[in-house]
Write a protein that binds this ligand. Structure first.
Ligand SMILES: Cc1cc2nc3c(=O)[nH]c(=O)nc-3n(C[C@H](O)[C@H](O)[C@H](O)COP(=O)(O)O)c2cc1C
Length: 193
């Protein structure tokens, strides 16, 4: 296979695989470091390198789960409190080998709009995701309504110059990688002039 064919295959085969499909095996830290190293090769406007990550594994996954479940349902005495949902959210990070908290650090250069920093973080996550897949590791970018909150940012341990951008789950799966699905081909989304 040519370099291009290998890359195209990795891009096309990378899938979202959620922690419920992970097999509970733990990844070597060296492998997670390799995935993170790829993130750092994402391009940026002005070398802002705005991606910031917090890696949770082992015991810290439990704290993360409890935090997420409590953020979702802070009041256990609320008549609408749903204990099943609470437990599901609480246990979810523990299904992964590692969960990487994703944040964006706002830059100092007023010429670089925030949207570019968000784009750069997303490119960093894609780099991680592709590298992970090429190493036989599956991943899932989880956001939802609480992903961009100050509470999550604070939990990560970042100050107000940062924005939380969700969580990246990593693990190993014995299940078949699900087939890809796109609503339309690239032709429907491209205009040539
Ligand atoms: C920025 C971003 C946030 C996402 N957040 C969620 C999420 O909160 N819940 C979810 O089920 N999937 C989430 N996804 C994954 C998408 O659902 C998934 O990428 C899409 O269904 C396409 O599937 P694929 O990744 O296997 O190609 C997110 C993806 C991106 C890029």
């Amino acid at each position: 296979m040519t370099k291009a064919e290998t890359l195209e295959q990795i891009i096309a085969e990378r899938r979202t695989v959620k922690p419920e499909a992970y097999n509970g095996k733990r990844l070597d830290e060296a492998l997670v470091k390799r995935v993170l190293a790829s993130a750092n090769w994402a391009p940026t406007h002005g070398y802002t390198e705005p991606w910031r990550f917090v890696v949770y594994s082992g015991e810290s996954l439990k704290a993360l789960g409890t935090f997420l479940a409590t953020l979702d349902q802070p009041d256990k005495t609320d008549p609408d409190f749903n204990p099943v949902r609470f437990e599901r959210l609480q246990n979810r990070p523990g299904l992964a080998s590692h969960v990487i908290g994703i944040a964006m650090r706002a830059g100092d250069n007023p010429k670089i709009p925030e949207v570019e920093e968000v784009c750069a973080v997303a490119m960093a996550v894609q780099n991680m995701w592709l590298t992970a897949y090429s190493l036989g590791v599956v991943g899932y970018w989880s956001t939802g309504s609480k992903a961009y909150t100050d509470e999550l940012r604070d939990f990560f341990g970042f100050d107000e110059r940062h924005n939380a951008m969700g969580l990246f789950y990593l693990g190993l799966s014995d299940a078949q990688i699900p087939p890809g699905r796109r609503l339309s081909g690239i032709e429907a989304k491209t205009t040539w002039k």
